[in-house]
Design a protein around this ligand. Structure first.
Ligand SMILES: *Cc1c(COP(=O)(O)O)cnc(C)c1O
Length: 451
């Protein structure tokens, strides 16, 4: 259907699901999807609890938490009420010169719950922006330090590890894995940073000192140029659900201290209990200098992110040349988002998240680890409420997705990885359905590519 044949929007209310899907296919971009040969999309009518209800009538158990964001389920009465209550006061006011209770309450909670030393909060719109903010904080900090000491500014680059993922905007992309992030396409415009090999020593295995040797070498060789080191603590998520050893994270912290490099922890995926600790940094008992939060922050309701930093960083930036931090999104501190984030964090504790995650982990260990015996599986692993099955072949996304929908679950694998990260309210029976569905597709050749 070309543009001229596109039906007028005035008639859209009378269109069938198939017509709407056709329009979607012809005109609407989806994440990381081709416009000329798009993967199929499924029309959702509504969602509640752990269920996504499709327009075609299927009721699917959600294994993805809408990309790690949903904690307490969809259409939650308390989260809905928080939105309604806030919207009766105001949905949004500008954050320049104005402030409000929902934002203040949220920042107080974040300061109290995150590792010690993170005392200043910058609210923004999305995870990628929170990473941009973190990188800019580090660069502006180093600029201010150099100016104060009357030395030449040399610390203008970042150091990170391969297999990382930090978002899709340009600065965030520049610290994503160079291969999966397709850096070659954007070579001319991307900032060039330093990449260490990814941590190899797995979570739960014996620590191998050699794992951080190359990282240490890069610190020693380039620290004069390095403003900050950025990493996803404990779980490299989008880079392959790799769970690595807490000693690696401890070593990163020590190297940052030794070489006067700021430590940025990207907890956008791991924050709020997912790994079994409230924040994954706690596994290594470390505090970063800067921390990024997003995804689960509003329980999956609205986009909101936060970047926290130490008082020292905030003061150094504020006393620098600009006299302020050079950032201020239009929707900074959005009241609806802050209100629902407050309600979601309260629910986390009311619902005893530690027990919820422990129950999910226990069952995933029991049900997912045996898949290691399957001929198609390279490695099946579990940490907290995350279960991952790494396969020998890449999945055929269209085919496997269709099969999962037939099996009554919503699981969206990528590459060679089938993973679940279910909402914390998922029951034992629902988890069984999710894992059985994975076991089922592993036996289906059509769900995998042949090479
Ligand atoms: C998802 C993610 C981001 C990006 O967040 P968006 O809200 O998609 O911009 C950044 N870092 C990590 C670790 C993530 O998982």
């Amino acid at each position: 259907m070309n543009k001229k044949q596109t039906p007028l929007h005035s008639s859209f209310s009378t269109l069938s699901t198939n017509d709407l899907l056709q329009f979607d296919k012809d005109n609407v971009w989806h994440p990381y999807t081709s416009m000329s040969a798009p993967l199929p999309t499924y029309m959702v009518d509504r969602a509640d609890g752990v269920h996504i209800h499709l327009a075609s009538g299927e009721q699917l158990i959600d294994g993805m938490s809408s990309w790690w964001s949903v904690l307490h389920g969809y259409n939650h009465p308390k989260l809905n009420a928080a939105l309604v209550e806030q919207s009766a006061k105001m949905s949004h006011v500008m954050f320049g010169g104005l402030t409000h209770q929902s934002a203040i309450t949220l920042c107080e909670k974040l300061i109290r719950l995150t590792p010690t030393g993170l005392d200043k909060v910058f609210l923004s719109d999305s995870g990628s922006v929170a990473v941009e903010v973190a990188m800019k904080m580090a660069l502006q900090y180093q600029h201010a330090v150099a100016a104060k000491n009357a030395t030449k500014l040399t610390k203008t680059k970042l150091l990170t590890v391969k297999n990382g993922y930090h978002g899709d905007t340009f600065a965030a992309m520049s610290v994503c894995d160079p291969v999966t992030g397709m850096h070659q396409i954007f070579e001319q415009v991307l900032m060039q940073h330093y990449f260490a090999p990814p941590p190899q020593c797995k979570f739960g295995e014996a620590w191998q000192l050699e794992d951080a040797v190359e990282l240490s070498r890069l610190f020693a060789q380039h620290h004069h140029e390095i403003a900050a080191f950025i990493i996803e603590p404990i779980v490299q998520g989008t880079g392959g659900m790799r769970f690595y050893h807490p000693e690696y994270l401890k070593t990163c912290r020590a190297l940052c201290d030794q070489y006067n490099v700021l430590f940025i922890a990207d907890e956008i995926a791991t924050g709020f209990g997912r790994t079994g600790k409230l924040f994954a940094c706690e596994w290594a008992d470390i505090s970063p200098d800067i921390m990024c939060l997003g995804k689960t922050l509003t329980g999956g309701y609205i986009t909101l992110a936060a970047t926290l930093c130490s008082e020292h960083i905030a003061n150094t930036i504020s006393q620098g040349e600009a006299g302020c931090f050079m950032h201020g999104p239009t929707f900074m501190g959005n009241a609806l988002a802050c209100a629902v984030a407050n309600a979601s964090i309260d629910l986390l504790f009311e619902n005893n998240w530690q027990q919820q995650v422990a129950d999910i982990e226990k069952q995933l260990i029991q049900d997912i680890l045996p898949l290691n015996c399957h001929h198609r599986v390279v490695d099946a692993r579990v940490l907290g409420s995350i279960g991952a099955v790494e396969c020998k072949q890449s999945v055929n996304v269209a085919a496997i997705q269709k099969r999962f929908v037939e099996l009554g679950v919503w699981i969206r694998p990528f590459g060679q990885l089938i993973y679940i990260i279910p909402p914390l309210i998922t029951t034992a029976a629902q988890l069984t359905t999710l894992v059985n569905a994975i076991a089922e597709v592993l036996n289906d050749d059509n769900c995998f590519t042949t090479n």
